[in-house]
Ligand binder design. Structure first.
Ligand SMILES: [Zn+2]
Length: 408
């Protein structure tokens, strides 16, 4: 196990123990339920150390030891299972151009409660903050007494500065340099300091941990909302770029002198595969563009216009495949509803434009988490501080009193 940077005698040992506690909790969180024997094997520590860590997780209200499920074959002492408990939860927010979902999510990625609602028509950041808090109040209503709110994660359709949750640019919300983390913190307090992430990055994270990309180290999650973005995982790690802004694949130059994009440039990829282009191709009226996914679900055969969108999708994907050599490409947002209608067109363009070697390795697929990838990713982001240091985070967390204030 890695130790922290401090090297003082005693301090270092304490750091290692805290680190191991977080690692053990991370294993339980990912699996939801894991046998103690498996936990011991994965962490490479001895049995008594693991027993001590599990006992501490139990006393913190984060895990339970339970009888193993199923029957065991063979001799030897049966192991016990370690199961995530409900002593800590996060609030996850999926902020979209056309609506809002808030969920209370427990360890193990269990959605305990959820609420959906609209966003202000003009996307005013302060009013949006109020709308988010209204939904938060709904989902914490019946929270278990003494459960601790350990984080708030928010997925935003834009470029986010990770350090302070400043939304640098969310063109489809009309936001530029909006301190949305602070706007939320002003309403819910800093004990649950909100962390923001780009929606596609969070979709990629969630699909990697719990969805179509479990066990896959190289993955691209393509989010189709009003705009198009990508979350990229390379060798198991998120691709950030120099400032954390990598993945803005929707603004890849695509058509010389093409249509004007929200970002100010012409001919970006999303002008050909974004929601307005699809709406036009299927005759969805502009005022219903927020329900494009539903509209697509009602389409049974692709029109020539929609097939053209499919070819644009495939050609752009070929670029991503050639550049990144992903094992899996997950199509999220409304692309989830589009892909089944145009997959032949996507495949034919991939066949022409992607190089054979990386094309043979890639699977283009739908999200394992359905429409909840971004929501789960926001929850994972919010859990990160707890998994890094369970004792420290729980000490600083927002316990029931604050939660009831939030509910008030
Ligand atoms: Zn653009």
């Amino acid at each position: 196990m890695a130790s922290a940077g401090r090297t003082g005698v005693g301090t270092n040992q304490e750091d290692v123990r805290r680190h191991n506690l977080g690692t053990a909790l991370g294993q339980v969180h990912r699996a939801g339920r894991i046998s103690r024997a498996e936990l011991t094997a994965r962490m490479g520590l001895n049995r008594s150390t693991i027993a001590g860590l599990v006992a501490e997780l139990e006393s913190l209200g984060l895990a339970d030891q339970v009888k193993p499920s199923g029957t065991r074959v063979g001799a030897g002492r049966p192991s016990v299972d370690v199961k995530a408990r409900t002593g800590a939860y996060v609030l996850a927010v999926d902020l979209r151009v056309d609506g809002l979902t808030v969920a209370r999510v427990g360890l193990g990625g269990v959605v305990q409660a959820r609420a959906t609602g609209p966003v202000p028509a003009d996307h005013d950041p302060h009013a949006t903050g109020d709308y988010v808090v209204d939904l938060m109040k709904l989902v914490v209503k019946d929270v278990e007494p003494r459960a601790a709110l350990v984080g708030v994660g928010v997925g935003v359709p834009g470029i986010v500065r990770a350090e302070d949750g400043l939304v640098r640019l969310a063109p489809n919300l009309g936001w530029r340099d909006v301190p949305f983390a602070q706007i939320l913190a002003d309403r819910i307090g800093t004990a649950a300091m909100p962390v923001l992430g780009n929606d596609a990055d969070l979709g990629a994270l969630a699909e990697h941990l719990r969805g179509a990309g479990v066990g896959v180290q190289d993955l691209v999650y393509l989010s189709g909302e009003v705009g198009v973005g990508a979350g990229v995982i390379v060798a198991g790690r998120k691709l950030d770029g120099a400032g954390g802004y990598a993945g803005e694949i929707g603004h890849m130059p695509f058509v010389p002198d093409g249509k004007l994009c929200h970002c100010g440039a012409r001919g970006c990829w999303e002008t050909e595969i974004g929601a307005p282009a699809i709406a036009l191709a299927i005759g969805c009226p502009p005022e219903r563009i927020g329900a494009l996914g539903e509209f697509l679900e009602g389409v049974h055969e692709a029109t020539p216009e929609l097939r053209a969108v499919g070819r644009h999708l495939g050609r752009g994907l070929a670029g991503a495949v050639n550049l990144l050599n992903p094992r899996v490409v997950v199509l999220g947002g409304y692309l989830r509803s589009l892909f089944p209608l145009v997959h032949e067109d996507v495949d034919s363009e991939l066949a022409v434009h992607a190089l054979t070697a990386p094309r043979e390795q890639v699977l283009v697929t739908l999200p394992g988490l359905g429409g909840d990838s971004v929501l789960h990713g926001a929850a994972e982001l919010a859990f990160e501080p707890l998994l890094a240091d369970p004792v420290g985070r729980l000490t600083a967390a927002c316990h029931d009193v604050e939660a009831s204030l939030l509910a008030g």
